[in-house]
Ligand binder design. Structure first.
Ligand SMILES: Cc1cc2nc3c(=O)[nH]c(=O)nc-3n(C[C@H](O)[C@H](O)[C@H](O)COP(=O)(O)OP(=O)(O)OC[C@H]3O[C@@H](n4cnc5c(N)ncnc54)[C@H](O)[C@@H]3O)c2cc1C
Length: 398
C-alpha cells in the first residue's frame, strides 16, 4: 500500500491548513464543553461554525459539486478530518446529516430530494436526525413497528422512536416505518424523510449519564408525510437501512481515527505534566504501558481505516468491514477515557462545575460519555457478529 499523497492532495491540505489557521474560532480549551442540547449559545455557535465551513467550501469535501460539495475524492475527505482534528476545530453539528443521511440520499434519493436537502445539510440549515431505534427494536431493526399507512399522495405515520439523537433541535428525520404488515419482517419496511415540524410530532428529551439530554423519544400521532418524501421504493427500506449503516460506520471511522489521535496527544501532554501523590505520573510503569497501548490502538485504527479507504477508492461501496474500526474505536476510547480519569487520583471523582475539577471535568465527561460508544451505531456484540459472519465468513450464530 502506498501511504504517500499526490502533490494535488498535499496542495489541498496546505490550502485547508491556511483556512483553518485563519478561521478556527477560539482556543481549544474553550471549545471543549460545547453542549448544543443544553445551551442556546452553544447551538448557535455550532450552527455558525458549520455555516462558515460551508461558505469556505470545505463541507462535503467528497460530495458532488452540483449539490454543494467540493467534488474531491475520499482521500481529501480523510485529509479534512485529519486537519480538523489537528487544528482542534469544533466538530460539525449536523453530523448525522453529513455522515448518514446525505450519503444515503446521494445513492437512493430522487433528483428533487437531492436538490432540496443536500445543500442544506452541508450548510447546516437543515439539522437531521436518524429515527431508526424503537423501544422494542434496536439491534433487531427488522422488528420495528412504527406504521405508515398509504393514502395515495401521502402516508399517515403513527408510532414511537427512541434514542433519537439531535431531534430536540433537529429539523428533519430519516424515519424507518412499516408499510406492509403482511410481508416477512425485513420486507415491508420503508424509509421516509420527515419534517420534524409536522403536526402530530412531539419530542421528549432523555437525560443520560453525563447529565446531558443528547437523545430523545419521538412520538408520531397521525403525522401526514407527502409521498414525494419516500426515499427509495415502498417496502424496500431494508436496502436503505444497510446503506445508511455502512455509511455511518465508514464516515465516522475517518472522523474517529483523527479525533482519537487528538485525544491521545492531549492525554500524553497531561500525563507528562501530572503529579499524583507527590510523584510524577510518568514514573508509573503500568501507566506507561497503558499509554503505549493507547498509541498502538490509534495506529491500528488508522491502518484499518486506510484499508477501508483503499477498498472504497477501488470503487466498492462501504461494506461490513466498517464494523472493525467501529468496534476498535469504541473499546479503545473507553480505555483511554478511563485512563485519563485514573491518572487524576482522587481528583478523578470531581465532575464538571465542581470546585477543583481538573480541566473543568473535561475527562470525567469523556469517561462517562464513552460508556455509550459500545452501544451507539450498533453495539459491540453486533459488530462482532457482523465481523464473524460477513467479514470472516464464519457460520451464523443463530
Ligand atoms: C448515545 C446514543 C445515541 C444513539 N442515537 C441514536 C439515533 O440517533 N437514532 C437511532 O435510531 N438510535 C440511536 N441509538 C440507539 C442505538 O442504535 C441502539 O441503542 C443500539 O442499536 C442497541 O439497541 P437497543 O438499545 O435496543 O439494545 P438491544 O438491541 O435490546 O440489545 C440489548 C443487548 O443485547 C445484545 N444483543 C442484541 N442482539 C444480539 C445478538 N444477535 N447477538 C449478541 N448480542 C445481542 C446487545 O449487544 C446489547 O448488549 C443511540 C444510542 C446511544 C447509546
Amino acid at each position: 500500500m502506498d501511504f504517500s499523497f499526490t502533490p494535488e492532495q498535499e496542495g489541498f491540505r496546505q490550502e485547508l491548513r491556511t483556512w483553518l489557521e485563519a478561521n478556527v474560532p477560539l482556543e481549544a480549551s474553550q471549545l471543549r464543553h460545547l453542549q448544543p442540547q443544553a445551551s442556546a449559545e452553544d447551538l448557535q455557535f455550532l450552527k455558525a461554525w458549520q455555516r462558515k465551513v460551508y461558505d469556505g467550501g470545505w463541507a462535503g469535501v467528497s460530495w458532488p459539486k452540483e449539490y454543494g460539495g467540493r467534488g474531491a475524492s475520499l482521500v481529501e475527505r480523510m485529509i479534512f478530518d485529519q486537519e480538523m482534528a489537528a487544528h482542534q476545530a469544533p466538530g460539525l453539528l449536523n453530523v448525522l446529516g453529513l455522515e448518514i443521511v446525505g450519503p444515503t440520499l446521494i445513492v437512493h434519493g430522487t433528483e428533487e430530494q437531492k436538490k432540496a436537502h443536500l445543500p442544506k445539510i452541508l450548510s447546516g440549515e437543515e439539522i437531521w436526525s436518524q429515527g431508526f431505534s424503537e423501544p422494542n427494536s434496536g439491534s433487531d431493526l427488522g422488528s420495528l413497528r412504527t406504521r405508515a399507512v398509504d393514502h395515495g399522495d401521502y402516508f399517515i405515520v403513527t408510532g414511537q422512536k427512541v434514542w433519537t439523537s439531535l431531534a430536540s433541535y433537529g429539523d428533519w428525520c430519516q424515519l424507518l416505518v412499516r408499510t406492509n404488515l403482511d410481508a416477512p419482517k425485513h420486507q415491508g419496511i420503508s424509509c421516509l424523510l420527515v419534517d420534524l415540524k409536522s403536526p402530530g410530532i412531539s419530542v421528549r428529551p432523555l437525560r443520560t449519564l453525563t447529565g446531558d439530554s443528547e437523545f430523545n423519544e419521538v412520538f408520531f400521532e397521525d403525522v401526514k408525510v407527502p409521498k414525494v418524501n419516500l426515499l427509495g421504493e415502498k417496502d424496500q427500506g431494508w436496502r436503505i437501512i444497510i446503506t445508511s449503516l455502512m455509511f455511518e460506520r465508514q464516515g465516522l471511522g475517518f472522523y474517529f481515527t483523527f479525533a482519537q489521535k487528538r485525544h491521545y496527544e492531549d492525554l500524553l501532554e497531561k500525563v507528562r505534566q501530572s503529579q499524583r501523590y507527590g510523584s510524577p505520573v510518568v514514573a508509573d510503569r503500568q501507566l506507561r504501558q497503558k499509554m503505549a497501548q493507547a498509541y498502538i490502538d490509534c495506529e491500528l485504527l488508522k491502518l484499518n481505516n486506510y484499508r477501508a479507504l483503499s477498498r472504497l477508492l477501488r470503487g466498492n461501496p462501504p461494506g461490513p468491514e466498517g464494523s472493525i474500526p467501529k468496534l476498535q474505536w469504541a473499546e479503545m476510547n473507553q480505555r483511554l477515557q478511563e485512563l485519563a480519569v485514573e491518572i487524576q487520583g482522587p481528583h478523578g471523582q470531581l465532575y464538571q462545575g465542581e470546585e477543583n475539577a481538573r480541566d473543568g471535568g473535561y475527562w470525567q465527561y469523556g469517561f462517562l460519555r464513552s460508556r455509550a460508544n459500545s452501544i451507539e451505531g450498533g453495539t459491540s456484540e453486533i459488530q462482532r457478529n457482523i465481523i464473524a459472519e460477513r467479514v470472516l465468513g464464519l457460520p451464523k450464530g443463530r
